[in-house]
Ligand binder design. Structure first.
Ligand code: HEC
Ligand code: HEC
Length: 230
């Protein structure tokens, strides 16, 4: 009960078994400034690193890269995953994609292993890092396919995710350079409504009529774009 009340008040609850919780709540950083050392430590002790890789780069399997992702978007997604609003479609082993993260961060008694303030601090820090540069596609699409992908992107995606996926609207995700398999999974999940959290509905009409081949082609194109280009 204590923990629940404390969490509801946004207070740092002593819910961490390993005593890994910071001794004091971090002071609110000045606008634009992130306490990188404190954030990096939380990223480690709250187990984010196990799945999302060192400094939010080179995440395992088809899990998302987080370095350079937008902070407000990440805070919203983590909260939706913790509350069960973002579940996702089945992964290779048949479990909903977001189940493992929720399982790692919510104790069996329902207590959070990461506070809302900690999620904000970690997200601000991750957002301040340089995104991963895309690797060259193993089999680059033929020039006419690439031109078709670019045309489709401009017509159906650019208004929200920005030129080449690198300059999204406020609150929307950066997608340029993200892993291809993750992009395919999210487009498919938004299309099937397995992912319906946040502002996913806004995107639904733009993916609803895409074929699997269109999704694959668009994901190939987006994953090859430089996330630092504007
Ligand atoms: C057990 C593995 C695991 C752990 C631990 C984990 N995550 Fe995740 N995370 C995932 C997976 C898998 C997804 C994608 C879920 C999906 O596809 O629906 C994800 C999604 C996210 C997203 C949404 C990314 C996007 O582009 O939409 C954010 C942000 C995130 N995680 C942050 C964190 C933070 C911060 C922590 C630590 C407090 C953490 N994760 C711990 C596996 C993990
Ligand atoms: C009307 C605005 C809009 C359009 C158009 C749009 N999207 Fe999105 N997209 C979003 C929003 C908003 C989200 C995040 C949803 C949320 O709040 O959880 C998103 C999420 C995504 C994600 C998941 C990102 C992540 O990190 O998990 C991918 C991939 C994506 N969009 C690709 C596309 C592609 C490809 C197109 C074109 C076919 C497209 N989107 C068109 C608004 C849009």
């Amino acid at each position: 009960m204590m923990v629940v009340v404390a969490a509801a008040l946004g207070v740092h609850a002593p819910a961490h078994a390993q005593g890994a919780a910071p001794a004091a709540a971090p002071a609110a950083p000045a606008a634009g400034a992130v306490d990188a050392a404190a954030a990096r430590k939380l990223y480690l002790t709250r187990s984010c690193i196990a799945c999302h890789g060192k400094d939010g780069k080179k995440a395992i399997q088809d899990y998302p890269e987080l370095a350079g992702q937008r902070a407000d978007y990440m805070v919203a997604q983590v909260e939706d995953i913790l509350s069960g609003k973002r579940v996702g479609g089945p992964d290779a082993s048949g479990n909903p994609r977001a189940k493992g993260m929720r399982g790692a961060l919510i104790a069996p008694d329902g207590a959070r292993r990461v506070t809302a303030d900690e999620v904000k601090l970690i997200s601000s820090w991750l957002a301040s890092l340089e995104p991963v540069k895309p690797a060259a596609a193993p089999t680059p699409p033929a020039p006419d396919k690439l031109a078709a992908a670019e045309k489709m992107y401009v017509e159906k995606c650019e208004a929200c995710h920005g030129p080449k996926g690198a300059a999204p609207q406020e609150g929307f995700p950066l997608i340029a350079g993200q892993k291809k398999a993750y992009i395919v999974a999210q487009m498919t999940d938004i299309k099937s409504k397995a992912r319906a959290n946040g502002q996913s509905e806004a995107m639904l009409p733009f993916v609803a009529e895409l074929s699997d081949a269109d999704i694959d082609l668009l994901a190939t194109y987006i994953s090859a774009q430089d996330p630092t280009s504007k």
